[in-house]
Design a protein. Sequence first.
Length: 103
Amino acid sequence: MTKADIVERIANATGLTRVETEAVVEGFMVCVHDALAAGQGVELRGFGAFRVQERAPRVARNPSTGEVVDVPARRVPVFRPARELRLAVDDAAVHDPDDDDAV
């Protein structure tokens, strides 16, 4: 699902125009981006939490040349889904009639 798909679905569900809905979705994304860039977390109850995690420096190896490369410490965004979301995704996978691998 793309951002355009999300905008379309929300616009259809709310009666807002696509332009208005796109502005809201873009505004949400900017808020999350800015909060994470500032080192703050974003918690959406029932959905999950975005936070910033520190990665320690490490030594890696270039697989094609075998050259040792130093990877510096960095901060990365991570998402932890809420229990409700995890259960909904798991339940959908178990009961999906189109999925041949489902139990």
